[in-house]
Structure formats: structure tokens, C-alpha cells
Design a protein around this ligand. Structure first.
Ligand SMILES: Nc1ncnc2c1ncn2[C@@H]1O[C@H](COP(=O)(O)OP(=O)(O)OP(=O)(O)O)[C@@H](O)[C@H]1O
Ligand SMILES: [Mg+2]
Length: 339
């Protein structure tokens, strides 16, 4: 890791997000803590429904109706001395609006819904600079064209006057990246930015994000369920299960020495070249992630865990074991990390 990564641009501390269920708050994520250093890429990984997108949305105070931050801190600090707790800023008002899209950029999971179909791509990208930097229309359009060119859109000046429906899925995704990057954010939140794309476009977008990261020196929170992408893109990885981060550490440590039974199961579920020749079968994870309204007591993975120790694992949350930057929440954690 570079020296730059030592000072976190983002420190999320004990973040809990709750959904309102007829007046009763039900936790969706619980006690989520992580940091992202400057110029660092943190991958957030986990099964569908584990709480990755709600965590990403909370970082920008973009949670939908019925969801709220119940507890925790989101400290965002940039190299120019700007420091704020996003939780205390609230979801409305000038301070949070100044942050969104400017200091923090976001690429959403659904590319189609992030552009309005009735305005041109150029207008929607230029608007971001006009709002945040008070530049004129012509200058904003020039910046938008420059960014569209950078993300590999052919004829970027002509593309300014086209509508989102005239773009292919891959082009819209690129346009969304251009819009997210136009104010040179310190942190980019990328929620499954390539999931909907075919593999060649996916490869191009990942390469693009890597080169833009180098150019702008930005940090990235990269959400994905693709462990191949994690290996290519991330410095560190946090594994989320049913709203909690159960293991986190440098990518190499986690891939070489996964400790949490869920992380091991995730890695075992990845097909590898040569598996067919060697007769190795991919091991699917038995069972399903619990419903948030009916989360198990103790370790939330215990009903599916092959190495559970009952009744201990069902009784209380496992302790958190940590060696250097690798931590894990499992009763076997301390012993396994020591290996
Ligand atoms: N607006 C909402 N109202 C109620 N529940 C919600 C809302 N948004 C998300 N949830 C619930 O919160 C949990 C986490 O959802 P989230 O979208 O964060 O999952 P995810 O990890 O991003 O999954 P995926 O990999 O499928 O994108 C799910 O159980 C989901 O049903
Ligand atoms: Mg999601």
C-alpha cells in the first residue's frame, strides 16, 4: 500500500441502517466499520441482499424513503483540509448537496435510471459542473466533452447532443462514469459498475477506472460480487454478510488465507481454470442468506456454517479477531489468523 493510503479519506464507524417496519426500526446493516485510504480501492463484497448498496447510498445520504441511518459516523476528509461527518450533515441542504457529485462521485447499480430520458447526455453532465463550480454553459460543455472522450465515447462533442436512449448500455455506463468524475471527486463510489455489461466492455471499463484513479489520485469504494474483479481492482476487501462486515483485509491476505467460513465458501464457489480437467466441482454455499426481518441470533452465518460450535455460535456475536490489517468476526478467528 502506498504512503498516501495511510490517511483515510473515509472512515465509517459503527454504521447501522434501519428500515421502518410499521413504526419499528429493523436493522439492515449493523455496526459496519471500514476505512478507505487516499488512492486506495476497497472492494465491498457479499451475496445479493447483504446490504452493499444501502451502505453505499448512506455514504452520500441518498437512502430511499423508509430507510435511515440509525447510528454511526461517516467521516469524510480530503487532502485540502475539508472534513465532515456525513451523518451529521443530514440528507438535505446545501452542505450535503455540495458534497454529492463534487467531492464524492457515485456510479449507480442501474445505469438506465441514473439519466433522465428527456435531457441530452451533454446537458446532464455539464449541469454537474455548472452547479458545483459556477462555470458558464460553454465551459461546462467543453469539460463534459473532454470527460466523454476520456471514458472512450467516440465523437464526444457530437455525443453531447444525444439522448440516453440513443446510447448502448456500455456507452451509458461510460457516460455515467464521466458524470461521476467531472468534478474530480476524492472518492468514487462504484456500485456494480460493470455487472450489466458484456465481458469486453467490462474489461475496458475496469481499465479505464484504473487509469482514471491514477490520474486523479482518487479513492474508490468498489461494490461487486465478482471476486475476479476484486483481484484485479482492489487493494483491500471487506466481506459483508447479512448486514455485517464479517472479514476484511488486504486482498492478498484474504485470497490466500481466508478465515471466515463465509469468505471460504465464497472463494470455493468461484470456478477456476482447470477445474473441469481436475474434476473439481464448484462448491455452492448451502442454504440462503436470512431475511432481514428474521435474522438469526449470534453469528448470522451460523445456520449455514460448516464449522459452527453450537450453542455458542447462536448465543452471541463472535468476538472480532485482528492480526495487522486483517480482521475477522468468528469464534475460530483468533486461532485461524494465528496460523
Ligand atoms: N428501500 C428499501 N426498503 C426496504 N428494504 C430495503 C430497501 N432497500 C433495500 N432494502 C433491503 O435491504 C437489504 C439490503 O439491500 P441492498 O440493496 O443493500 O443489497 P445488496 O447487497 O446491494 O444486494 P445486490 O447484490 O442484489 O445489489 C435487502 O434485504 C433489501 O431487501
Ligand atoms: Mg446492490
Amino acid at each position: 500500500m502506498s504512503a498516501l493510503a495511510e490517511i483515510p479519506v473515509l472512515s465509517v464507524n459503527q454504521l447501522s441502517i434501519a428500515v421502518d417496519n410499521d413504526g419499528t426500526p429493523v436493522p439492515i446493516t449493523d455496526d459496519v466499520s471500514f476505512t478507505i485510504g487516499r488512492g486506495e480501492v476497497l472492494a465491498l463484497v457479499g451475496e445479493s441482499g447483504s446490504g452493499k448498496s444501502v451502505t453505499a447510498l448512506a455514504l452520500m445520504q441518498l437512502l430511499g424513503a423508509g430507510l435511515r441511518i440509525a447510528r454511526g459516523e461517516i467521516v469524510f476528509e480530503t487532502h485540502d483540509g475539508f472534513r465532515t461527518d456525513v451523518v451529521r450533515l443530514g440528507a438535505k441542504g446545501k452542505a450535503i448537496e455540495a458534497l454529492r457529485g463534487a467531492r464524492m462521485g457515485m456510479i449507480f447499480q442501474e445505469p438506465m435510471s441514473s439519466f433522465s430520458p428527456i435531457h441530452t447526455i451533454g446537458a446532464q453532465i455539464a449541469e454537474v459542473v455548472q452547479v458545483h463550480e459556477k462555470v458558464g454553459r460553454a465551459a461546462a460543455r467543453a469539460r463534459a466533452a473532454e470527460l466523454l472522450g476520456k471514458v472512450g465515447i467516440p465523437d464526444p462533442v457530437g455525443a453531447l447532443d444525444r439522448y440516453p436512449t440513443e446510447f448502448s448500455g456500455g456507452m451509458r455506463q461510460r457516460a455515467m462514469i464521466a458524470r461521476a468524475l467531472i468534478c474530480k471527486p476524492s472518492l468514487l463510489i462504484a456500485d456494480e459498475p460493470t455487472t450489466a455489461l458484456d465481458v469486453t466492455i467490462q474489461g475496458q471499463i475496469l481499465q479505464l477506472l484504473r487509469s482514471l484513479k491514477r490520474e486523479f489520485g482518487m479513492s474508490i469504494l468498489f461494490i461487486t460480487h465478482d471476486l475476479g474483479i476484486v483481484a484485479q481492482m482492489a487493494d483491500r476487501v471487506a466481506i459483508m454478510y447479512s448486514g455485517r462486515i464479517v472479514e476484511s483485509g488486504p486482498v492478498r491476505d484474504i485470497f490466500r488465507h481466508p478465515v471466515h467460513p463465509y469468505t471460504r465458501a465464497l472463494l470455493d464457489a468461484v470456478p477456476r481454470l482447470g477445474d473441469i480437467d481436475r474434476g473439481r466441482r464448484i462448491q455452492p454455499i448451502a442454504g440462503a442468506m436470512p431475511n432481514i426481518f428474521d435474522a438469526p441470533s449470534g453469528c448470522r452465518f451460523h445456520p449455514r456454517c460448516p464449522v459452527r460450535d453450537m450453542p455458542r455460535c447462536a448465543e452471541k456475536l463472535p468476538p472480532r479477531a485482528e492480526v495487522e490489517k486483517h480482521f475477522v468476526e468468528c469464534i475460530h478467528g483468533e486461532r485461524e489468523l494465528a496460523k
